[in-house]
Structure formats: C-alpha cells, structure tokens
Design a protein. Structure first.
Ligand SMILES: C[S@@+](CC[C@H](N)C(=O)[O-])C[C@H]1O[C@@H](n2cnc3c(N)ncnc32)[C@H](O)[C@@H]1O
Length: 214
C-alpha cells in the first residue's frame, strides 16, 4: 500500500474543497514560494468541520499566508460569524484580498497585516475568541499562546498547527534548530498546563487541539 494511494482515496471520499479554494490552492502553488505552508484539501475540510462542531461566533487566526485556512474556517461560521486573521508579510496582502473577494465567505474574514504580537494589542479589547488557530512563526508559538490565552472564551479552543514539525520533535541526537526548539517548548508548555485539556492529532504535520476549561 502506498501512502499516496491512501491520500487519494481519502480525498475522493471527503467533501471537495470547492471552486474558489481549488483556485486559491492552484495560485498559491503557481505564485508563491513554500506552497506547502497552505493547509490544503484534507486539513481544510477538517478545520471547517471543527468549526461546525465548536460553533464559534468569533475566530482568530495567526498566520494567514495566502488565506486558505482562513477561508476554510470561515466556511464553517454562521452568517454573522467573523474571523480575524493576521499576516506579517505585507507582500501577500493583494493576493489574499483578491482571493477573499472571490470567495462566497470572504466577507466574514477580517485581514490584519502586521506582526501578530503587535496587532493583537490593537484588536478590540472586549473581543473574546471562541477559537484561535495558531499557524505563524514556530519560534513564537509559546508567546502567541500567552498573548491570546486570556482572550479565549472559557470553554473555547486553541488549535495549533505543525506541532509534530515533520517528526523533528522526536529526533534525538540531532542539532535542534530554533523552529524545532520553539515547537518543543510549546508542546511541553501545553502538556503541563492544567488550565487546558489537549490532544495531538498526527494529521499532516501535527495538529494540537486545546480546550480551555471554563
Ligand atoms: C504556515 S503559514 C500559514 C498557513 C495558513 N494558515 C494556511 O494554513 O493556509 C505561516 C504564515 O505566518 C506568517 N507569520 C510569521 N510570523 C508571523 C507573525 N509574527 N505575525 C503574523 N504572521 C506571521 C508567515 O509570513 C506565513 O505566511
């Protein structure tokens, strides 16, 4: 059995990603370096399903890249739901806004350009988020967690992407680079945080789901 065969089988037995996301995925691969950063079909459908299950009214995303995960999360929101997404790379802004405008759920997405750690301070202090998706700089995951924690509603969720970091979290003896160290520190921090319940899904590059106890 080939892993690729299984991937194809899964993708042909789950919901399609839809026209605007397929176009966004194609354009991401055509016009951007490191297109693998894009969540893609399977993880995108999972994010939408998680939003359906959690039923958040307001979502925060750190790390927009080309907007694929933002639109998947937004698809699961109700009409009056909103998603705030923060991207540090201002060269991506036009591309993201073009694709938001072409999506039927793009009006639910509020894009902020800047360093998430700074932008967070400028967001309405009364806003509470029922779901936060952390997917920006791996070196800064613990910092993001501390910054957003008080703004997550009691009973809300934080989802962190890439928490298995291509398996580098379990490569003993290898020199640890700064990004891997960031993920290792984050995973240890979450494991010992008694304010939350957590589980790591070995999907794609690892997805940690964190529940903030009420
Ligand atoms: C893995 S990509 C995000 C992928 C996207 N969430 C998706 O699934 O399609 C990470 C993004 O985070 C951005 N980023 C890195 N550091 C950041 C920061 N401090 N604040 C905001 N965005 C940041 C990068 O420029 C990059 O576009």
């Amino acid at each position: 059995m080939q892993i690729e065969d299984l991937d194809d089988y899964i993708l042909s037995h789950i919901d399609p990603e839809g026209e605007s996301l397929a176009r966004l995925d194609r354009d991401t691969h055509l016009f951007h370096l490191r297109p693998r950063m894009c969540s893609g079909h399977l993880q995108g459908r999972l994010l939408k399903m998680l939003v359906r299950m959690i039923a958040p009214k307001r979502i925060l995303e750190l790390g927009t890249f080309t907007g694929y995960s933002a639109l998947c999360l937004a698809e699961g929101l109700p009409e009056d739901g909103e998603l705030h997404t923060i991207e540090i790379d201002d060269e991506l802004e036009d591309f993201i806004r073009t694709h938001l405008s072409q999506s039927p759920v793009g009006n639910r997405v509020h894009l902020h350009i800047g360093d998430a750690r700074e932008v967070l301070k400028r967001l309405d202090p009364d806003h509470r988020f029922d779901l936060v998706f952390i997917d920006a700089n791996k070196r800064q995951y613990s910092e993001y967690y501390d910054l957003v924690f008080d703004r997550v509603s009691p009973g809300g969720f934080i989802i962190a992407d890439n928490t298995l970091w291509d398996g580098k979290v379990v490569e003993p003896g290898k020199k640890i680079d700064a990004q891997t160290q960031g993920i290792l520190d984050f995973n240890d921090k979450i494991a010992s945080d008694t304010r939350v319940e957590k589980v790591i899904l070995p999907l794609r590059d690892g997805l940690t789901i964190i529940y903030k106890k009420p």
